[in-house]
Write a new protein. Sequence first.
Lengths: 370, 370
Amino acid sequence: MSTSFSFEIKSHDERARAGIFHTPHGDLLTPLFAPVGTQASVKSVTPAQLEELNAGLILANTYHLYLRPGDEVIAQLGGLHTFMHWDRPILTDSGGFQVFSLADTRKIDPDGVTFKSHIDGSTHRITPEKSIAIQENLGADIIMAFDECGSPYDLIKNEAALERTHAWAERCVKAKSRSDQALFGIIQGGIYPELRQRSAEYLSSLDLPGYAIGGLSVGETKKETLSILELVDTLLPEEKPRYLMGVGSPEDLVTGVQRGVDIFDCVLPTRLARHHAAITRTGRLNIANARYSSEKSPIDENCSCYTCRYFSRAYIRHLVLAKEILGATLLTIHNLNTLLSLMSDIRQAIMNGRFDQFAADFLKHWENPS
Amino acid sequence: MSTSFSFEIKSHDERARAGIFHTPHGDLLTPLFAPVGTQASVKSVTPAQLEELNAGLILANTYHLYLRPGDEVIAQLGGLHTFMHWDRPILTDSGGFQVFSLADTRKIDPDGVTFKSHIDGSTHRITPEKSIAIQENLGADIIMAFDECGSPYDLIKNEAALERTHAWAERCVKAKSRSDQALFGIIQGGIYPELRQRSAEYLSSLDLPGYAIGGLSVGETKKETLSILELVDTLLPEEKPRYLMGVGSPEDLVTGVQRGVDIFDCVLPTRLARHHAAITRTGRLNIANARYSSEKSPIDENCSCYTCRYFSRAYIRHLVLAKEILGATLLTIHNLNTLLSLMSDIRQAIMNGRFDQFAADFLKHWENPS
């Protein structure tokens, strides 16, 4: 692990942890939620608005940026921080998940993956070494080992994917050359405890600066997710940050923190915003609903975001029906604030040794959106 | 004229004027450019971003807001200022221009216009009295008399439209009941000097708090526009603000101010932003052009807007090609800043008695976009 990074755990409350992850672009207070900026933009908001929301870490997607505008262009322009004007920490994924979920006609072999671009059909190849080279060009603070995410219920495929993921992780470690980037390994293994255990143990042996839990929230039940998290929690080194990939409903944040997770990311708040849905501490509301047509109150009386300070439900509904871009922007600001302020409250509760109560209260009021 | 309004001319430079228009929502420094918020939102930006741009007056469209969400809903929610969270001055047009340009199967009679909504085909009727009632519900600071905009080259139709516009203006004056709104009359008459003269003289006789020049930039040549402006300039009362409707290219702002115009509005900067075009002091650039793919420099080295302070042409091009909303937002911020800062520099030049030189320099460097 590079000396630019260190993780300090400031407080425990049962399995939940409050920490500080020191990075070359500043300190991250954990547990945290990272908004997603797939194409080097967190959709519908400016970096200034993200700063006002106190976002710390943001995520960008290697697969998308490799294809467009190209990692070499971004390197030439000074790297992702300069390119997108975000001088707080950035995390890039490895490209693996997107190659397997978005690209056309992919072909996996032991050395890497060949696929066609979803943008123009051109043929590309990503190997572990290539993934690291791209991520070094992008220059995020946290980078991910190139992995293969199996489908959750296929034991045979998961086992094969796991072997590849482990071999690839080792090649990523060898390929990595920048000391100002922390390489996280990704634990795979679907819903199979024995595979998850093997993965956690193998990757722990590589002594990486952090570990991600991949392949969850991709079709398995909540109960299965939680039991995998509980298992992995007991196997990973205590002193390293743990990152649960692609998870981000308020309920999942609370139950994830209860099981030792420090970092989350998800497109949910930004994507829901573009589909008229507002996330609150108790559930969701569809702002396009006619019942809001003359409602003076904000989305959430208890929310202190720009949207809730100044705009009524009626106005936001009007913007959405009139297809005004501002509707997506105001909903994005609100949804991100809901998750970011929830994480900040969770951290405070852990520091004060009352997270257990906080989580119980939260889950009691949470209405699972249909 | 209500006591809430007054117009002070602080300085003249030839025909150009620098003034202050006092309104219930604060002072407007003229000459000024008003961004357009057709549906109660200046497209792609937040009110906070507009404030940061030092926008003073903004315009909203009566026709659109009457149809959706409805002027009564807006009144119930506290009026347009509260609804859209803009506590600086607002101007609403009369709905006339949109009824004639957007609505389906309209039918004009001496009393008003019957038309079908472009949104859902429902039938509506706007009379001068109705236009004022809607604008009183909306509650803008400056409201417009209901008018008919003829096609510029049809003398017979223009004459008939002019007669109606005059009769309707008188009815608007009678219908108006709020003292915190200033009603402007609209001079029509196409390209015909004798009609423009008749219109300017008739409306001047109503002693309104301000006058708009309508029916320009709707198909006639620049030369015809300028000669009409020169004529009207000599006929309108000196001490009242003049508003040239729907005009807003940088060149038109400069040549308009040279001919005594105080207020402009136009969708150009916001609309071009959504079509990848950046406006600068010397012309336009299409940011989607491949030549910008790795350009580190901002859109305009001399611009101090948020976009030009922090983002490269390459990044904005990437956003545009990747269809990220942020592309439209950053271009809108830049385009509005170009026009707003141009107006502020024009005003300063008038105050310093060097506007003539400023205008000559500006026009020398201006490249008319094809």
